[in-house]
Design a protein around this ligand. Sequence first.
Ligand SMILES: O=C(O)c1ccccc1N[C@@H]1O[C@H](COP(=O)(O)O)[C@@H](O)[C@H]1O
Length: 214
Amino acid sequence: MPKSPFLLKVCGLCEEENLLAVAGLRPDFVGFIFHPASARYAGGRLRTTAVRALPANIRPVGVFVNESTASVLATAHSFGLHAVQLHGQETPAQCAELRAAGLLVIKAFSIGEELDQEKLRPYAGVCDYFLFDTQGRQPGGNGQVFDWELLRGYSLGVPYFLAGGLAPEHAEQLQRLRLPGLVGLDLNSRFETSPGLKSPELLQNFFAVLRPSL
Ligand SMILES: O=C(O)c1ccccc1N[C@@H]1O[C@H](COP(=O)(O)O)[C@@H](O)[C@H]1O
């Protein structure tokens, strides 16, 4: 079986022991939610040193919703974040500011019944990655899948992560999935035993399918 080309990101970690267990699986990115309303809110629960101690090949990503640039940068500096994932109505100008500050910028977009590429176009030159998530009641972490075929016509050239309800039972389908621009998978609520607590077993099984040669 060919090795999956996908970057793997595990998001919504907020307990140190759990972070260590997940880091042992060697995801490419781990995500920490800095949106106070989230059940996965990492602020005040995770020591900055625990995030800073991650191996260099596991990149820490901070997830924010409509925070000011100053606030994002303050959190990024204290936790040593490599990347920021923006889940609100952040503007292209704010993405450019954060990128100029040395952060890798992932801009999330909620997908409903269609993919409106014209809304994405202004972000194309100022983001490193897009992330396509399912439109729902919350700004993220809704645990629901959208129709991935909507991405078949994606043509903007910015590489993206697929997110939104990705679950253990999708492993084989995702392993075979090829869509223009798709480079990564973001795993969150469907891999939890309770909000914010990831199941290392579920993740390990998923990784075994996606990375069969490792
Ligand atoms: O997980 C959250 O609580 C969250 C809150 C606010 C913004 C983003 C959040 N999570 C991100 O949502 C997507 C999809 O998650 P799920 O698989 O549907 O649970 C993912 O990118 C998370 O990083």
